[in-house]
Write a protein that binds this ligand. Structure first.
Ligand code: SAH
Length: 241
């Protein structure tokens, strides 16, 4: 029974709005959690209550629907412009939209699998052989406090000259507002054994940082800069939805 003081003519749209608000609140809470814990903790968190993962993704899709352009589509286009024989690993794939929209063989990883094509795991340890993929994608997914270990894992599974494609929310790379210094971040990634191929800040919402694994360098553990992404969670606060 709907409370009499609620608008009667458009009660279903009113309820939709209430639901959307609640979903937004849940999304922000879970989002905050994912940025302030390790991948292992995030895995335990979702394993305890897989419904939280669905809530997160309902809210995520709602937020993304307001972005004029979604980075995953930019990456899909990038892949379509290249050979479909490139093997791809999508780290933090969400609903596996990437895999569903390209001809390439894509290994899709996320903490929870809601689709048979998604492999559930913590992406600091993916079930792939060393030097077995050509493209590693992190599309808005460098979330855990141990995100450097995700990049290390990508380095391991990439073939020499393989691509590392990172899309991140722009505010995370805005040093004037508490974000990371993109140059410092890029240098740190290069020290792992990559070369920087593209820094694209042209989109209002997200940045694209593309790297290539060096042909013959030895990847190594590095000291991450203090103003790293760890302190700058993707909060979506810069954007009004
Ligand atoms: N790449 C997708 C989804 C981005 S949302 C897209 O662009 O649409 C970020 C995703 O990263 C979430 O689904 C979250 O569960 C996943 N993620 C975060 N940390 C992870 C980890 N340690 N291992 C696997 N997936 C992770």
């Amino acid at each position: 029974m709907i409370h009499p003081s609620l608008p009667s003519s458009s009660s279903s749209s009113f309820l939709d709005k209430v639901r959307a608000r609640l979903a937004g609140g849940h999304f922000r809470m879970i989002n905050e959690k994912l940025y302030t814990c390790t991948g292992k903790e995030a895995l335990d968190y979702f394993n305890e209550d897989p419904e939280l993962f669905n809530m997160y993704h309902t809210g995520y899709q709602e937020q993304m629907s307001h972005w004029p352009e979604q980075p995953v589509n930019t990456i899909i286009k990038w892949l379509k412009d290249r050979s479909s024989s490139l093997i791809v690993a999508d780290f933090g794939c969400g609903d596996a939209r990437l895999a569903k929209n390209v001809k390439n063989k894509v290994f899709s990883f996320d903490l929870v699998s809601n689709d048979p094509s998604v492999i559930a795991c913590d992406m600091s340890n993916v079930p792939l052989d060393s030097s077995s993929v050509d493209v590693a994608v992190f599309c808005l997914s460098l979330m855990g406090t141990n995100y450097a270990s995700y990049l290390q894992e990508a380095y391991k599974v990439l073939n020499p000259s393989g691509w590392l494609l990172i899309a991140e929310v722009k505010s995370r790379f805005d040093p004037k507002n508490g974000g990371a210094d993109p140059n410092q971040f890029t240098r740190a990634v290069c020290e792992m054994g990559f070369t920087s191929e593209l820094k694209d800040f042209s989109n209002k919402m997200f940045v694209l940082l593309y790297f290539k694994k060096k042909k013959s360098s030895e990847g190594r553990e590095i000291e991450w800069p203090s103003s790293s992404l760890v302190q700058t969670p993707l909060t979506f606060t810069n954007y009004k939805f």
